[in-house]
Design a protein around this ligand. Structure first.
Ligand code: ASP
Length: 338
């Protein structure tokens, strides 16, 4: 009996050593941060419940929810924050509701010129394109610039030649014609009160934190209605419209681009977090609700930090926005005070 017990004990010890112990070691080596999540925006501006039909509101809410769902599934499967950011933005670029890709606004000359940028918070690599006219998904071209060229930003014809060489999906200019944006340009022309453009909102952006603790940010836009041809806004400028750094946060902006460039908004949020060691929420509030407003600018940002904290301050009546954190449910909001 005694002998049998001894054998059994030995067997248990052997099983532990062969099967369980290595698992414990692996578990200790695994990254601590397995929380993940993302936040998105679909532009900020004069977005009032009183001026929006129930159907339109529903259309925006479900578009934002599908985008969150898409990003969440990528991150849940262990996909990278960069993949989540690119693919979420692709979805929004293909939706004519938003001022990016298909739904891009018109310049004063009746053309469409698109801007986009993406940044990897792990390596601080970044890519951007500006003023492109034939690119279906500018965010994907921005990622190619980051990964397949020695540059950070390519503009206009140079960007499009690079796109052709890499087999990127190109479209005719009339792909970007939508009745809604065309009419908005006509109204804008009639008002003749243009100074630097009052914007037609719907720029899209996404920030994400993946299971490995890597942050990424991306932004894509048609710019502002009635902008001068050749005008480039904040969206393709790293540090103004887009910024990501694993040590601090990932940020994407929307609003009157000239002010975001002058305030270097997204980098300012990251830098303030690093230097002052204060929370993302506090920092983003200071930069948007105080510094941007003081300069006369308007708009907002979405931001996420390495701990999965999300903040989305904006100065306007509304901002299409949402977030989805691991273990929780997706949240979509449009108006102020929601
Ligand atoms: N920031 C964009 C630009 O100035 C526009 C927007 O976000 O609505 O081009």
């Amino acid at each position: 009996m005694q002998f049998l017990k001894h054998i059994r004990r030995q067997k248990v010890a052997t099983i532990f050593l062969i099967c369980i112990f290595p698992l414990l070691l692996i578990a200790q080596d695994a990254p601590q941060n397995s929380g993940f999540g993302l936040a998105i925006h679909g532009g900020a501006g004069t977005i009032l419940k009183s001026k929006m039909s129930a159907e339109k509101e529903q259309a925006y809410r479900s578009a934002l929810e599908s985008a969150l769902e898409k990003g969440y599934r990528i991150l849940e499967k262990g996909g990278s924050s960069l993949d989540a950011v690119e693919q979420v933005i692709n979805l929004l670029e293909d939706d004519s509701l938003f001022n990016a890709g298909k739904g891009a606004v018109f310049t004063a000359e009746g053309t469409n010129e698109l801007d986009a940028s993406i940044m990897d918070g792990k390596t601080l690599n970044a890519g951007a394109v500006a003023g492109v006219k034939h690119i279906k998904n500018p965010i994907s071209l921005a990622r190619l610039v980051m990964e397949k060229s020695p540059h950070v930003m390519l503009a206009q014809k140079g960007a499009e030649a690079f796109a052709k060489r890499h087999g990127v999906s190109m479209v005719d200019e009339d792909y970007f014609y939508t009745k809604r944006r065309w009419e908005s340009l006509q109204r804008r022309i009639e008002r003749e009160k243009q100074k630097s453009g009052d914007g037609s909102h719907g720029t899209v952006g996404c920030v994400a934190l993946d299971k490995d603790g890597n942050l990424a940010a991306g932004t894509s836009t048609g710019g502002m209605t009635y902008k001068r041809f050749g005008r480039i806004g904040d969206s393709p400028i790293i540090g103004a419209g887009t910024y990501a750094n694993n040590k601090t946060c990932a940020v994407s902006a929307t609003g009157h681009g000239e002010y975001f460039i002058r305030n270097v908004v997204t980098h300012d949020i990251s830098a303030m977090m690093a230097y002052k060691n204060i929370s993302l929420e506090e920092v983003a509030n200071t930069v948007i609700m105080e510094k941007l407003v003081e300069l006369g600018g308007s708009g907002g940002v979405i931001a996420i930090d390495a701990g999965g904290n999300i903040t989305m301050p904006f100065t306007t009546d509304g901002m299409y926005r949402g977030y989805y954190l691991s273990g929780a449910s997706p949240v979509v909001k449009i108006f102020k005070g929601e």
